[in-house]
Design a protein around this ligand. Structure first.
Ligand code: PAF
Length: 296
């Protein structure tokens, strides 16, 4: 594996690989790699001839009072993991090269960027869309791999790809979870043992939504939200930021759950803000949830 720091080198490598007809896969990350990232790398390895992992803690997607300075960084460990996974190139550009003095161009995916995660973190998705487009332009991947864990990010990047006619296919991989359901995230490293235990409330709330929507056929979104809220509120270390049941493409809130929906939430556990989501599908009317129920 080769560590590439300079934009022009990455570009040359990609251009040459494309010229030889090799399929390039990009896994964009901010480093502090965990099994969630590695599952994306493994999928990329299956689908592509050449796998590039980018590590760039993108200042443009952090607000002034957010955790940019303390975000975990360990490029040596990230590089070791990439070697183990058979990554071809680890692309770790500098902030100065990505955003040189005089930088002024931003990508805004209107309507999708200012709700939920975007309402709590103004400017976050402008920073995400901008850096992802820059990475696409530098690495020129055929496929790019994203985790469903960042559900709104996936919707926004997909919209940007369509709207700007980008020649890259998004591959969305399932959220990786610890045994107790907590979604893997670099920010889990901030949690102390009590907070780590409390953090399972996000998954428990989503599981409650899944039971109501998929097993019990509940269609009233407000009823589901109330049940999820109860799960979070019964956890003393947790403070709900938002929860939302939305259309999977437009991110508009739904009242009646009559199609696949994105159920997403953000919760503060002490000083750490965690997000999670599930895509849930309502049970067909008249269908039975289990074989047990189906018996006369
Ligand atoms: O999901 C992330 O880690 C980041 O938002 C991304 C896509 C690497 C852009 O900085």
């Amino acid at each position: 594996m080769e560590l590439i720091r300079r934009l022009h080198l990455m570009r040359e490598i990609s251009q040459e690989a494309r010229g030889r007809g090799r399929k390039i896969g990009l896994v964009p990350t901010m480093g502090a790699l965990h099994d969630g990232h590695l599952s994306l790398v493994r999928r990329a390895r299956e689908l592509c001839d050449l796998v590039v992992v980018s590590v760039f803690v993108n200042p443009a997607q952090f607000g002034p009072n957010e955790d940019f300075d303390r975000y975990p960084r360990d490029l040596t460990r990230d590089a070791d993991l990439c070697v183990q996974e058979g990554v071809d190139y680890l692309f770790a550009p500098s902030g100065e090269e990505m955003y040189p003095p005089g930088y002024r161009t931003w990508v805004e995916v209107e309507g999708l960027s200012d709700v939920f995660e975007g309402a709590s973190r103004p400017g976050h998705f402008r920073g995400v869309a901008t850096v992802v487009l820059k990475l696409f332009n530098i690495v020129r991947p055929h496929f790019s791999f994203f985790g469903q864990k960042d559900g709104q990010q996936v919707v926004i990047v997909q919209r940007m790809i369509r709207d700007l006619n980008l020649d890259v296919e998004l591959v969305v991989c399932p959220t990786q979870r610890d045994a107790d359901g907590l979604a893997l995230s670099s920010r889990n490293a901030y949690l102390d043992p009590d907070e780590r235990a409390a953090a399972t409330c996000l998954y428990r709330a989503l599981e409650r939504a899944r039971e109501l929507i998929e097993d019990q056929g509940v269609r009233d979104a407000r009823q589901v939200e109330a049940a999820m809220r109860q799960v979070i509120e019964s956890e003393p270390l947790a403070r709900l930021d938002y929860l939302a049941i939305t259309d999977t493409e437009t991110l508009e809130r739904v009242d009646e759950i009559d199609r696949r929906v994105l159920v997403a939430l953000a919760v503060w556990i002490g000083e750490t803000r965690l997000i999670d989501n599930m895509i849930l599908e309502p049970r067909k009317r008249g269908a039975h949830a289990t074989m047990e129920e189906a018996r006369p």
